[in-house]
Write a protein that binds this ligand. Structure first.
Ligand SMILES: Nc1ncnc2c1ncn2[C@@H]1O[C@H](COP(=O)(O)OP(=O)(O)OP(=O)(O)O)[C@@H](O)[C@H]1O
Ligand SMILES: [Mg+2]
Length: 273
């Protein structure tokens, strides 16, 4: 019998049909994600990273979009399974966090309510149990004074705190997969490093697999075991992170790597080329 993967995407194609001429934005996308792995997805703007991620999260359900291929989660095809089955998986087994938490968090709802959302959908916990879980989760993402944060609105928090809240909301049902679409791009460097450390810790402690999307190759190198490089809707190269960084095959990957600013400890900023 063939080995089962946690997530196995095969030949995923995503096509828009909202114009006269259909437009394919993702071609033959393949991805395997096993328990506890962090896999990186890099590539220039518009290369299809978010579309692929949204498809896996089951968030591309528009009628005018065609998806072909297979997205097998624990052997179940998310493209063909019943809607009710998909809803059971979303936010429960597969969660997503985005770049700008302000756009994903509801500005008029208190943080606690939003962190508890997946619990309301996926569990029968009582109000008190949900509260206890939410507080524990806010603590787990290293927010000081979780009881206070619980009762605050998103605009009362800093960008870094909001991203922690997003992570808390995404992780509250202990998903098997977290899709992180540029989760730190909008944050300054120090906060970015903290959020990355947090994701790494959660991955280790809870064995949550992460699909980590980023423009930032040095970040990808720090945390991902494997990398997929996308360009123009295609995966042009993929493999273990160190192999890709040390022996890139594709010209495009070489270009991306040579564009990383070289900062060595104790050294002055040196521009390549
Ligand atoms: N409604 C639409 N109709 C046609 N094409 C679309 C539509 N929405 C998005 N696209 C195209 O899909 C392609 C892939 O977009 P996607 O958001 O996945 O890129 P990305 O790699 O995530 O880029 P970024 O790094 O900027 O986030 C882009 O070329 C985009 O123009
Ligand atoms: Mg994107």
């Amino acid at each position: 019998m063939e080995e089962k993967h946690l997530l196995e995407v095969t030949d995923l194609n995503i096509e828009f049909h909202d114009h006269l001429i259909p437009e394919t934005v993702v071609f033959d996308f393949d991805l395997i994600l096993d328990e506890g792995e962090i896999v990186g997805l890099v590539g220039e703007s518009g290369s299809g990273k978010s579309m692929s991620a949204l498809a896996i999260a089951g968030l591309l359900s528009r009628k005018d979009m065609k998806k072909r291929g297979e997205i097998l989660f624990e052997g179940k095809d998310l493209l063909t399974c019943e809607r009710s089955e998909l809803r059971k998986i979303q936010g429960n087994d597969i969660s997503v966090i985005f770049q700008e938490p302000m756009t994903s968090l509801n500005p008029v709802m208190k943080v606690g309510w939003q962190v508890e959302e997946s619990l309301r959908i996926h569990t029968n916990l009582t109000k008190e149990e949900r509260y206890a879980k939410a507080i524990a989760m806010l603590e787990d993402v290293e927010l000081d004074n979780p009881e206070k944060v619980y009762n605050q609105y998103p605009h009362e928090l800093s960008g870094g705190m909001r991203q922690r809240v997003m992570i808390a909301a995404a992780m509250i049902c202990a998903p098997k997969i977290l899709i992180a679409d540029e989760p730190t791009t909008a944050l300054d460097v120090t906060i970015q490093a903290q959020i990355v450390d947090l994701l790494k810790r959660l991955n280790k402690e809870k064995k949550t697999s992460i699909l980590f999307i980023s423009h930032d190759l040095s970040l990808i190198r720090q945390i991902c075991q494997r990398v997929l490089v996308m360009k123009g809707g295609y995966i042009v190269e993929s493999g273990p992170t160190e192999q890709i960084f040390n022996h890139p095959k594709e010209e495009y990957t070489k270009k991306l790597i040579s564009a990383i600013p070289k900062v060595e400890p104790g050294a002055k900023f040196r521009k390549k080329g």
